[in-house]
Design a protein around this ligand. Structure first.
Ligand code: NI
Length: 182
């Protein structure tokens, strides 16, 4: 497995919608190796999620996983899950607001409104369709990652850019218990 370089804000691939993965490609050795690399890269950066286009591979693939780590010692547990060609089947009108950061947006974090509940339909890494009903933290992580696959970053979802903060100023003026990264 390999840790892949993560592209940052300003790279055009981060702002383009990723292409669907054809079903016949999913079980190939090359694609399976890529999924492993994506997981390895997420873990190497203590991310809670990572989308394929963040490593300059414009494919509809995202991985999520959350466990306590040095960066987020109190992170909620989310088991490793691979999403291929994910789409939202439902997004609640009800919103929650939380602080988000992103491996492709260095140092900045901001307050982002997201749907409180979401349903995602996708294929797993074997190509098997599944559906997940998410709320709270998981729902937010999914929205952050699926946005990446459409070429969007959390900055696009912010309603109040005055909450954009660097780490030091965030800790000094804004600190709240939860923040997420994807
Ligand atoms: Ni992100």
């Amino acid at each position: 497995m390999a840790v892949l370089p993560i592209i940052k804000l300003g790279h055009p691939l981060l702002r383009k919608a990723a292409d669907p993965v054809p079903p016949e490609e999913i079980l190939t050795e090359e694609f399976q190796r890529f999924v492993d690399d994506l997981i390895e890269t997420m873990r190497a950066h203590d991310g809670l999620g990572l989308a394929a286009n963040q490593v300059a591979v414009p494919r509809q693939v995202a991985v999520i996983e959350s466990r306590a780590n040095p960066r987020y010692p109190r992170a909620p547990e989310i088991p490793l899950q691979v999403f291929i060609n994910p789409v939202f089947a439902f997004l609640s009108e009800e919103k929650v607001c939380g602080w988000e950061v992103c491996l492709s947006v260095d140092k900045l974090r901001g307050l982002v409104p997201r749907s409180a509940r979401a349903t995602v339909e996708a294929q797993d890494r074997r190509g098997k369709p599944f559906r997940i009903d998410a709320s709270g933290f998981l729902a937010v992580v999914l929205q952050h990652e699926l946005d990446h696959l459409q070429g969007k970053v959390f900055l696009d979802r912010m309603e109040d850019l005055t909450t954009l903060a660097h780490q030091k100023e965030f800790e000094e003026f804004w600190l709240q218990p939860q923040a997420m990264v994807g």
